[in-house]
Design a protein around this ligand. Sequence first.
Ligand SMILES: Nc1ncnc2c1ncn2[C@@H]1O[C@H](COP(=O)(O)OP(=O)(O)OP(=O)(O)O)[C@@H](O)[C@H]1O
Length: 661
Amino acid sequence: MTVLEKGTIAIHTENIFPIIKKSLYSDHEVFFRELISNAVDAISKLKMVSLSGEINGELGDPEIVISVDKDKKTLSISDNGIGMTADEIKKYINQVAFSSAEEFIEKYKSASDNQIIGHFGLGFYSSFMVASQVEIDTLSYQQGAQAVHWTCDGSPEFQLEDSSRTTRGTTIILTLPDEEKEYLETPRLQQLIKTYCDFMPVPIKLDGEVVNRQKALWRESPSNLKDEDYLELYRYLYPFQDEPLLWVHLKTDYPFLVNGILYFPKLRPDVDVSKGNIKLFCNQVFVSDHCEEIIPKFLLPMRGILDSPDIPLNVSRSALQMDRTVRKIADFIAKKVGDRLKALYNENRQEYIRCWKDLGTFVKFGCLNDDKFKKQVEDLVIYRTTADLSPAQPDTPAVEVQGEEGDAWKEVQSDSNTEGPSYTTLDEYLQRNQARHENRVFYCTDEVSQATYVQLHKSQGLEVLFMDSFIDPHFISFLEREHQDVKFSRVDAEIDEKLLDKDKSTEIVDPTTNKTRGEQIKELFQNALNKPKLNIRTEALKGEDAKATPPAMVLLPEFLRRLRDMNALVAQENVEFPEEHILLVNTAHPLIQNLAQMTQGNIIQPGDAQSPSAELAEQICRHVYDLALMAQKGFDADGMKSFVERSNDVLTNLTQKAFGS
Ligand SMILES: Nc1ncnc2c1ncn2[C@@H]1O[C@H](COP(=O)(O)OP(=O)(O)OP(=O)(O)O)[C@@H](O)[C@H]1O
């Protein structure tokens, strides 16, 4: 073998390699991605040269082969690409690669390495992060080319000599010191291929088997893809997860190049919505699992792949966030997501409703965070409602329409018959209820604990919207800012006039005192509860069956509740239920009427010696109050104790009465 050249690499920093090693300490494995990328590039270059007619004869199937020699402690990466001549090695390796190494060090000496996404495009010299010696054995595609062998042991000195290689292409041989011997193990190498090179367009072989998937679905035209293709990729990327709700295929080449597929996952309660789940690629090469700086915040829970060579990757994360192209790409993604939602809303409302439970949070968060996105989707925000909006069933059977299989008319029919709760937009709600309660929206934040209130509204034909996600309190404030004249009130905040039977509550019952039944009951409760800050109101609630209305309700005015919620948020803990709430006692309810009867002409005064029935009445008043309170707040330990004790007392009293004792 003739030594062609011995020399010193033209760099100015002495001992460049220890510095490379140190500055990339946490990211050693990226050398693998860099070398495989070079191999893929060499194969694509060969294809291009061949297309230009410069090569005669067969190219053979492109492939990259990874092999390990444990005795020699070497890891080799071979490609059958374009190869290099001695001159090219001198130019591209000795000069280009190493001057970029120097540039890298200058740039990142001071920066903490984890600020840079995936240390992408470090190039050939990154092999010195792991190898004590690097060799290149290569034969150029050019006719009559001489194979060459380059060796460098990590010092700036190298050796270049002739090689006996006879096949076109390049092999990079890394000799690994003991501390890097993990890269001699098959499972570790498999994992690296899967992580970084899974979607690279050339087969990568390890131990004779192709390990990578190659096909990058996002580079294909959406018109050639079926739903199943997208689902298959999702299952592959996120195994053992629920199926995604829908997806958006991103594809543009102007003014920037972006390809990708983003999926809306089913939002599980344990999903961390502040953490990005989208995988960032650059020309099918994996870069990072973390692209929080690129994806609009409200879309972070989306999953999938974003592939763009136009995202600057070797700048700090903060610079990335400020980058104009990155900002434009973020806008582009948000717009595409908005378009997709709009299309689904218009084309398949049932499916949109099915997805809404999970999509709703994205969309609302997006409206709060991004004005452009808000404008795009504000008409698509829907709410579950107590109104029954299912299409009326026709009185006469539908006219038989003869149609082919899959006939559009038939599909529409089956679509509209889908059962389930009804959904409405805010505009539709306001329009529908304009005559009864203009610009007023009744809503419920907890279907279970507010069930009584919802039922009361429903039975009087008042429509209630369910706004029960964690984002809804913020969203309600946002809606009130957007629609200045619209007021939102929770079903337990105040009682609408429509729910009250004014005639019944003014009925006079006691001719001697001239007190209405309402006044009498109010006094009864005031004395029994003895809570000066509590505002007791007596009203007759409307309802065909008085028993179906609640005997009493605790109301907390909307502004007081919001104030309390805000304080709780600031204090990060539960704040006491305000004492200044309202107890609405329903004089139409038989229980309350019985109470009035029991104490007629015998109003209990605190401190009075009480008759047994007056005592029972007092107990029941407290009980009615507790039951009403329960819907608003749970009990603390003391409250629970006295509630249970009193329940037992009341029951004992009642059973005694039943025996006539
Ligand atoms: N396997 C290979 N086959 C043929 N040429 C190669 C191979 N590996 C490296 N080269 C040559 O060496 C050059 C320098 O490689 P290096 O990886 O440092 O930078 P790069 O690939 O040009 O850019 P990047 O910084 O994006 O990796 C390449 O441009 C290429 O010409």
